[in-house]
Design a protein around this ligand. Structure first.
Ligand code: NAD
Length: 477
């Protein structure tokens, strides 16, 4: 087992500094429950220092970096992340239990890939354009960085969710205070090291892991111009109240309870083969996981059997083992929360597999399926964020859509059908920011985000760059 990992300092203004009040957090291995590292933890004083550094950096040498130079730095940043992909992937799996086969892609490869994409967008950015005025003269439309960005991230996909904020922010010329959560503080410091190597001037990126209080302080700090948040709907509402009061722009990527709508002509072999990646990625700790499976009454028993058999056969184990399909949850608290939902599910529906806690250390929960779930049941309406699936029958397509849309959330969703036109028609009717047909996969060049209680705003794609820019119209004649 690798050595104890110590990160005693925060990264502020291009330097490693001890937290003002000496805050630190143990980092716990999800698979064993044992401490394997420690991280500096920011308090409000440290947030103040980080925001001050980011504000200074906004008018320092960074202001002189044009789009092409910013693109160059981002290319180097991307290369630095990619060079360390194995180390980062392993660290994340140890912190939050993500199976290494998934972590190698989403923690290892995706961050460099996303950063490279925004480097290219920066290189091609049109910083200003001239528009003739209908009444004579013209307007110079200038696109400027919005300013200091507060980037607040969760523990479930700590690397790509940070990069989905950092990369467009830096491409736009902003400066950033990144506040990762304590659970996955260690992997976040890699951003600081890579930033320094890539030639980002001091203060342009500050990395200050901290808890809820530090996050709330950052959100309402007078030195912050824009908030980019991914996390729970509850925290998103609190942040939205603050940013609404302050009239401060905010992107809020929140929770989900997405559907997997199985049409009566679906290829159930394909559906079963992709169940893990669509409905239980990252042990169910995925905002867009399609955990509500809607099955046509004509094939209901077949679908329930396919889901039950597939889930029962999943290999649960050490997240660092390449054969593992389902690892542990991030923390004891998360395990407890999920087990409480499983207990609730036993009273609301019919358990077909799982329902227990494997007899091993770490924060494991058995992959679990409930059938005959009424869509109004709490297990169908609330985000569980663990390996728990619900199967609900429907009579016809209209009812399926009504059930699909009877949710507070609207983030993901998948439609299974052998008819491409029918798939598209159904996808159009699902109230959600993203929908897949016969699979589900985020694309770097397409906007990702939710509607309803799943959030406000989009990340990825050119749309993911816009929130970091503000236009100024200069009228002249
Ligand atoms: P969380 O909301 O508890 O915490 C997320 C981050 O926000 C952490 O850094 C935390 O310290 C900080 N935070 C918490 N309360 C805050 C407040 N009032 N003000 C400022 N910062 C605050 O969420 P979590 O448990 O870490 O993550 C899981 C949640 O994230 C799930 O609900 C999941 O669906 C959601 N999520 C959404 C997306 C998406 O893109 N829509 C992606 C991944 C996760």
């Amino acid at each position: 087992m690798p050595e104890h990992l110590e990160r005693p300092a925060l990264y502020i203004d291009g330097a490693w500094v001890a937290p003002v009040k000496g805050g630190s957090a143990d980092i716990v291995e999800a698979a064993t429950g044992e401490v394997f590292g420690a991280s500096a933890l920011a308090d409000t004083d440290d947030i103040d220092l980080a925001v001050a550094a980011a504000r200074r950096a906004l008018t320092g040498p960074w202001a002189g970096f044009g789009p092409a130079e910013r693109a160059g730095v981002l290319e180097a940043f991307a290369a630095g992340l990619t060079a360390r992909r194995k180390e980062i992937a392993t660290l994340v799996s140890r912190e939050n239990g993500m199976p290494i086969s998934l972590s190698q892609v989403v923690s290892g490869i995706a961050p460099g890939f996303i950063t490279g994409y925004y480097a290219r967008l920066a290189a091609g950015m049109v910083a200003e354009d001239v528009r003739p005025s209908p009444t004579g003269g013209e307007t110079l439309v200038v696109r400027q960085p919005v300013g200091v960005v507060a980037a607040i991230t969760p523990w479930n996909y700590p690397q790509p969710l940070a990069v989905m904020k950092l990369a467009p922010a830096l491409a736009a010329g902003c400066t950033v205070v990144l506040k990762p959560p304590p659970e996955t503080a260690l992997d976040a410091f890699v951003f600081a090291e890579v930033a320094a190597e890539a030639g980002l001037p001091p203060g342009v990126l500050n990395v200050v892991p901290g808890g809820r209080e530090a996050g709330a302080h950052l959100v309402e700090h007078p030195g912050v111009d824009k908030v980019a948040f991914t996390g729970s709907t509850g925290a998103g509402r609190a942040i939205g109240e603050t940013t609404g009061r302050l009239l401060r722009p905010a992107t809020l990527e929140l929770g989900g309870k997405s559907v997997s709508l199985v049409a009566d002509d679906a290829d159930l072999d394909l559906f079963a083969a992709r169940l893990l990646e669509v409905s239980l990625p990252n042990n169910g700790q995925t905002c867009h996981a399609a955990t509500r499976i809607l099955a046509p009454r004509s094939r209901y028993d077949e679908v329930v059997a396919a889901v039950t058999d597939t889930v029962a056969a999943l290999r649960v184990g050490d997240p660092l083992d390449r054969e593992t399909q389902v690892g542990p949850l991030v923390s004891a608290a998360q395990q407890q929360r999920v087990l409480e939902y499983v207990a609730l599910g036993r009273s609301e529906a019919r358990l077909t597999t799982g329902g227990g806690r494997p007899d091993r250390p770490g924060w494991f929960v058995e992959p679990t399926v409930f059938a005959d779930v009424d869509n109004r049941a709490r297990i169908a309406q609330e985000e569980i964020f663990g390996p728990v699936l619900c199967v609900t029958p429907y009579d016809d397509e209209d009812q399926a859509i009504a059930i699909a849309n009877d949710s507070d959330f609207g983030l993901g969703g998948v439609v299974w059908t052998s008819d491409a036109d029918r798939g598209l028609a159904l996808a159009r009717r699902i109230e959600s920011g993203t929908v897949g047909v016969n699979h589900y996969e985020l694309h770097v060049n397409a906007p990702f985000g939710g509607i309803k209680a799943s959030g406000v705003g989009r990340e990825l794609g050119p749309e993911g760059l816009e929130p970091y820019l503000v236009t100024k119209s200069i009228y002249r004649r």
